[in-house]
Design a protein around this ligand. Sequence first.
Ligand code: UDP
Length: 249
Amino acid sequence: MTTQQAHKEVPTQTLLGVRVSLLDMDGTVQEIDRMVAEGGTHTVVTADASGFAIAAEDSELRSVYESCDLATPDSQGVVWALRRKGAGTVRRVSGVDLMDRICRLSSERGHRLYFLGAAPGVAEMAAEKQRLRHPGCNIVGTRHGYFPADDDLVVAAEVAASKPDILFVAMGIPRQEKFITKTREVIGAKVAMGVGGSFDVFSGRTKRAPKLVIALKLEWLWRLILNPSKFEKVKMLPRFVSLVLREPR
Ligand code: UDP
């Protein structure tokens, strides 16, 4: 199994039962490149505070987090929690930034990418924009993410036909992680990764916060102002903080 090997090589800090990677962005991209070269199937989780809060209540999501091959600190809240436990130099590795770097990697190395998720037309638009941004980026398929869980295996067979090396699933937490766990053997992508709202960002449907707002670590507030439905997600922050404060250092 690849799971144990990957975790041995990657420096991690355990947070709420999950071994979160302490690699920086370059190290994370290299690790994903290594997983592709290694073959087999790997699951990458981009874990934010809401994901940890949901996992505390949802045993299926928790087991995905606990058994994944790589969990990156997707949000500033997770970075805070890791630093509190002694991982002083850890930096945020967000799903949207990581996906962009993997598109660049694909343009250099030819890795076959598949974009699954978001509303009809959005994955196609995101793919179009990423091909222009990273000429040569090898996107072999796209599909929207609005289908019932009963059709997961039908969609998986459709994705598998494109033989992707790396599958990005943008259907929100925990739906995307559950889809990946259920279908990973059918699809056979060497790396499958949940990326939340990233296709909305790449397609231009959602604007990323200005650099200054990101530097001030207020991207979550920016998203909340632009999209008040994100309030459900922000409401989970106090739950995450209380879980972290109750965990022994
Ligand atoms: N989505 C989807 N299928 C669904 C529900 C949601 O493809 O059944 C998409 C939605 O259109 C959006 C993404 O999943 O593009 C979720 O984005 P969000 O920013 O809410 O993700 P999260 O906050 O969980 O990272």
